[in-house]
Design a protein. Structure first.
Length: 760
């Protein structure tokens, strides 16, 4: 019997469960809020770069195994024609689980809306951050530093682009799966929690307990998650090394030997996977993307060492994972200061980590995690998503190092200061990376936005882009979606890429020679120059093609290399079999003020003395302007898109003695300068001077009369402000480089001297 005033006892397990749930609320809330604040805007990032091609494949290809693999093939020749491409360039991946997840999210959940893909990446990163927190808690038992570990992974700078870019979703999926593998295996192998027991662990007092059997349910989960990770991204095949490290840390060789059959099975599965992949004929990564020995083994070994050093450095130090010193052919001789700087950073960070964490069990696992994340991609072009997995090693390593109690005889005040500095550095770098990614996405949208404002006619079969930014390499699938099915059969040609990857920041001129031919010239920085030039020339073609005077014949046109030196190509001549005015042709010119100006060529090239446009009655009635009211009237007509309204203004500006010359110049100059730059006029250099002379205005008048029509003025001048917000965002990358260059000049922050080009 119970007494009336007695209170039933609550079972200890229930109290423990409720207490654990209560203690988990704040960490989960803090990590969730951090992920949303930093990465939430990615939901509205839309389609960027490779996304255009992947999502086109997701829409058009089926669900069968080989159709899914076909979706993962990227061949630039399929979507853009580059006359210098003579080599087959193909990215071919064997990642069926990744593409199934992508297709399900995009077509089934999102019904063709890319927001679903962004939501999947965001949700997976949130889950990975929670798993990192849970892993830290299991390893250290320290709730404060475990939360810090989860937050560090959430704000890890290289996660920003990876989470925002659906094409790198394979990395996010794989990372989540591998974190699940670790937690499942720790439970399956009965590895004890809280690996920081103090001096006992350091003295090797952790019992090996080699005879414990696996927990079957957790072991099955380990296998399933690992196999899915392999079919998401191939480098997961190396991951059992991390699991073996846990066994070794908790019992040495005896414990590892006791688990040998599991790891032997992992090896058999890995070999079988690679054999199957090889049997399917998966193409190797192209040389343009994966750097291989070119016969100079010693130089290659030096480059490879520098590349590995660069990857490690930017994995543990807040710096962009793009190009860097390994954009050099021989970093140790071309950029020795950068290599020394990276060595100093890596050695210093490793020394501090070892000093702080060496008393914990398996402290070396987390540097190993970073190394294992880097090794499979060390020869590949450095991109932010290649560093995403390293964030786990950084976050867990930081939590482990910070949670180890200070030794009584050697307390260290430096450790929390270093940890705080790392956290602050990442907290600063992450939003900067976000802004840079937004700038890249904005840069890509400028050109198709201008094309959409002035689209090709329905009769067009070939569209030619002059000075196309490389960021628009996927312009064809982008325009397919923007312009509809009618554009799907149109061929897109890049006559040349702009010297700068994200926009045309140099002056370029276009001169029509006859009905079939024009010449394009560039100033300041040559075409096919620097690092982008090496990528285009050495990866896609042959340097011998670019010998001065050589003519390359294609099925669409002939191109002649007019001027080329060690820096690159300065002038090219293009000759077309049909007249430039043929209705099957459409040409766009990219400049610093316009993403894509549609060009209107003439069947006969007129001389300045024989204008081709008739003047409307208003211009005939006002051959010269007599008062300010007429200047305002001409300006109004010009703003409305009547090109001939500039003629009386030009007459006044060309008359050095006319009383209204200053007023006419003030009205005319912004329009004339913009149009000259947008259309690549040879006379655009006259606007470099603060004062334009009367003779120069006569040159502008000759060009305007023969080169500017109403439709061109309306397409360009009246839309000049439509893309200002994108242009402003695009400038973020260069602005950040300019700021960084004021502090330090190093390839590590892309502030070093220009990279060598293919002809140097």
């Amino acid at each position: 019997m119970f007494r009336a005033d007695s209170t039933p006892a609550i079972p200890d397990a229930t109290v423990s469960t409720r207490s654990s749930l209560a203690r988990a609320v704040w960490p989960v809330a803090a990590i969730s809020l951090t992920v949303f604040l930093l990465h939430g805007l990615a939901l509205w990032d839309g389609v960027v770069l490779d996304d255009h091609w992947h999502q086109k494949g997701l829409r058009e290809h089926g669900w069968s195994f080989f159709e899914l693999l076909r979706t993962l093939i990227i061949a630039p020749a399929d979507y853009i024609d580059c006359w210098w491409q003579t080599k087959p360039v193909v990215w071919h991946y064997f990642r069926p689980f990744f593409i199934v997840c992508m297709k399900f999210a995009y077509l089934v959940v999102g019904r063709g809306d890319e927001t679903a893909l962004h939501a999947l990446s965001l949700g997976l990163h949130w889950l990975s951050s929670l798993l990192v927190w849970r892993l830290c808690l299991r390893l250290t038992g320290d709730r404060t530093w475990s939360l810090v570990g989860g937050l560090v992974f959430a704000i890890y700078p290289h996660s920003v682009v990876t989470v925002a870019w659906p094409s790198s979703q394979n990395v996010v999926i794989q990372n989540t799966l591998l974190l699940g593998v670790v937690l499942a295996y720790l439970r399956a192998s009965r590895i004890p929690p809280a690996l920081v027991p103090g001096d006992a662990s350091r003295s090797g007092a952790v019992p090996p307990r080699t005879g414990l059997p696996y927990a079957r349910g957790a072991l099955a989960a380990t296998w399933v998650l690992w196999l899915l990770a392999i079919f998401t991204r191939e480098n997961a095949i190396l991951f059992p090394a991390i699991l073996a490290s846990f066994e070794f840390a908790h019992g040495g060789w005896r414990r590892l030997w006791g688990r040998r059959w599991f790891f032997i099975a992992c090896g058999v599965v890995g070999v079988a996977f690679m054999a199957w992949r090889s049997a399917l004929g998966i193409d190797p990564l192209p040389d343009v993307y994966c750097h291989r020995p070119d016969g100079h083994l010693s130089r290659y070994a030096g480059w490879l060492a520098a590349k590995f050093l660069h990857y490690v450095c930017v994995s543990i130090w807040p710096a962009p994972m793009v190009a860097g010193p390994t954009g050099r052919l021989n970093p140790w001789t071309e950029a020795p200061g950068d290599c020394v700087l990276m060595l100093f950073i890596v050695v210093g960070m490793v020394w501090m980590y070892c000093r702080a964490a060496r008393r914990s069990v398996g402290w070396w696992i987390w540097p190993l995690w970073i190394v294992m994340s880097i090794l499979p991609v060390v020869t590949v072009v450095a991109t932010p998503h290649s560093g995403y997995m390293s964030g786990v090693g950084v976050a867990v390593g930081l939590a482990v190092a910070m949670s180890v109690p200070n030794h009584p005889t050697s307390p260290s005040a430096l450790r929390p200061a270093v940890g705080l500095a790392m956290i602050l550095g990442m907290a600063f770098m992450a939003p900067v990376t976000r802004l840079q990614w937004m700038g890249t996405a904005a840069a890509e949208r400028i050109v198709p936005g201008w094309v959409q404002a002035s689209p090709p006619a329905k009769t067009v079969t070939d569209v030619f882009f002059i000075n196309l930014p490389f960021v628009n390499v996927y312009l064809k699938p982008d325009l397919d979606k923007r312009l509809g099915p009618a554009f799907s059969s149109v061929r897109v040609h890049a006559l040349m890429f702009a010297p700068h990857p994200t926009g045309m920041d140099r002056r370029s001129t276009l001169e029509q020679l006859d009905a079939h031919t024009f010449i394009v010239r560039v100033e300041g920085q040559a075409y096919f120059s620097r690092l982008l030039g090496r990528f285009l020339v050495e990866g896609f073609g042959d340097r011998s093609m670019f010998e001065p005077g050589r003519t390359i014949r294609t099925d669409a046109f002939d191109v002649t290399i007019l001027e080329r030196d060690t820096q690159g190509v300065w002038a090219l001549k293009f000759t077309f079999p049909r007249p430039l005015t043929d209705p099957s042709y459409c040409f766009y010119f990219t400049s610093g003020v316009c993403g894509a100006a549609k060009l209107r060529f003439r069947d006969v090239v007129a001389s300045p003395a024989s204008p081709q446009s008739s003047e409307p009655s208003w211009v005939q009635e006002h051959p010269t302007l007599a008062d300010s009211l007429e200047v305002e009237q001409a300006a109004a007509y010009l703003e409305a898109g009547y090109a001939a309204a500039a003629i009386p203004l030009l007459r006044v500006a060309a008359d050095a003695n006319h009383p209204l010359r200053r007023e006419a110049e003030k009205t005319l100059r912004p329009v004339a300068e913009f149009m000259a730059t947008a259309l690549g006029a040879r006379c655009q250099s006259v606007f470099d001077r603060s004062e334009v002379g009367a003779a120069s205005w006569r040159d502008v008048a000759a060009w305007w009369t023969n080169g500017v029509r109403d439709d061109a003025l309306r397409d360009l001048w009246q839309h000049r402000r439509d893309f200002d917000h994108l242009t402003w965002l695009r400038a973020e990358n260069e602005f950040d480089r300019w700021i960084a260059s004021g502090l330090i000049r190093t390839d590590l922050y892309l502030t070093g001297p220009p990279y060598r080009g293919p002809f140097e």
